[in-house]
Unconditional design. Structure first.
Length: 403
């Protein structure tokens, strides 16, 4: 049985959504929610399968093309299925009474560019889980071992004195730390994909690594989850899932989501610039433009620039206003004097099979094979240099005038 998407919620109003996206924690959320009432959840281990950038993508298995099969890859808010915590593939979520057919794909929004709903849901789930884990360990040192991506991943919580914090301040700080850690996990996933990690055997994920819409979508998920936590709208996995239905749909609408046919018109304008429709999944070079800024604190929208919109064969479907206000999303790194990287660390030990080709940023990290979130920006820059050299060799940079 598949439940219908939920149509009532705690605070999915335009004002609440704008406050959440701006990181405004002074919005009048429901402060009678106690940090200690955090849901008791297992970590989400099932990443949702979605989406190389592009539309009507062709596929192949090994070197053999799959004739007649296309991945449309676009949706709109009204077509989304109901959220399920840790959904992964259909049927893997925690709500065993319903199907987890979330119908994820990409949505084009006028104020946020392309949004991958699978990524939004994944890192909303991670934010809710991490908040609950942090709330239970509050102030004490702790260690969380996660499934490997290029090697073992461990989240370390560092001890601190929370006694000076009022309950509302503690909630905000725990939420902010959960959002920050969730983003670090998402950033590492981009690195892991680039270096050959794949969740499905024999199906590489190179096309998805550093895809332009990924980081914005990831941060968007953390913002929505943060608002639900501060609203007391995530007391159980089912509470959270039903409220996530409304917030996801309403947030995409607030960002100016366009219908599928309009989204198709926008994505077709960036063919041969952001992606290559002649390539086939899982060819890495189906994706031509990537965002390697995994260490950045602010992630601006990836909207289609006017220079590319001018290439459209369906200009009447490009309906976003020229003067629309874009919505950058900030990864908050400090809250009320507390620096997130002082409170927690994400540490990865690179497995030997990946170590030889890995761009360790320091001699110490090379010797120990250990990196943390503090190394991510340098790793992203090193990966970018490799890709730029290959794109230059293939003539793409000269074609774009990017030399």
């Amino acid at each position: 049985m598949q439940r219908s998407t939920w149509y009532s919620t705690v605070a999915g109003s335009p004002g609440a959504i704008e406050a959440a996206l701006a990181g405004d924690t002074t919005y009048p959320y429901f402060w009678d929610y106690d940090r200690r009432d955090a849901p008791d959840l297992a970590p989400p281990i099932h990443l949702r399968p979605c989406c190389a950038f592009g539309v009507d993508l062709k596929t192949q298995v090994g070197a053999v093309p799959v004739p007649g099969y296309r991945v449309e890859n676009l949706t709109q808010p009204s077509l989304l299925g109901p959220h399920t915590y840790d959904a992964g593939l259909a049927g893997q979520g925690t709500d065993r009474e319903v199907s987890s057919d979330e119908r994820n794909a990409q949505v084009y929004t006028c104020r946020g560019g392309f949004v991958d709903t699978a990524h939004v849901r994944d890192y909303a789930d991670w934010t809710v889980y991490l908040y609950a884990w942090i709330a239970r360990k509050w102030g004490a040192p702790a260690r969380l071992e996660l499934p490997p991506e290029l090697g073992p991943r461990v989240v370390h919580l560092h001890a601190f004195d929370p006694s000076t914090l009022e309950p509302a301040e503690a909630m905000v700080l725990a939420t902010t730390l959960a959002q920050w850690l969730s983003f670090q996990l998402s950033a590492w996933h981009e690195v892991a994909q680039w270096h050959g990690y794949h969740a499905v055997p024999l199906f590489p994920e190179y096309p998805s690594a550093y895809s332009l819409e990924d980081l914005y979508s990831n941060v968007l998920g953390t913002k929505i989850a943060g608002a639900l936590l501060l609203s007391g709208a995530a007391n159980t996995d089912q509470d959270y899932a039903r409220n996530m239905d409304v917030w996801l749909r309403n947030t995409l609408t607030e960002l100016g989501a366009v219908p599928v046919e309009n989204g198709r018109a926008y994505v077709e304008t960036v063919d041969q610039h952001w992606f290559d429709s002649n390539a086939r999944i899982p060819d890495k070079w189906i994706t031509l433009k990537r965002n390697y800024d995994i260490g950045g604190a602010v992630h601006p929208p990836q909207t289609v620039p006017e220079t590319l919109q001018a290439r459209s064969t369906a200009p009447d479907l490009l309906t976003c206003a020229d003067d629309v206000s874009l919505v950058p999303l900030e990864v908050v790194t400090e809250r009320d004097g507390h620096v997130m990287s002082d409170l927690a660390t994400l540490e990865i030990t690179i497995a030997e099979e990946f170590a030889a080709a890995f761009p360790f940023p320091t001699e110490t990290s090379r010797k120990t094979r250990r990196v943390t979130e503090a190394d991510f920006a340098a790793i992203g820059r090193a990966n970018r240099e490799v890709d730029q050299a290959e794109l230059r060799r293939r003539g793409w940079l000269a074609r774009w005038g990017d030399e």
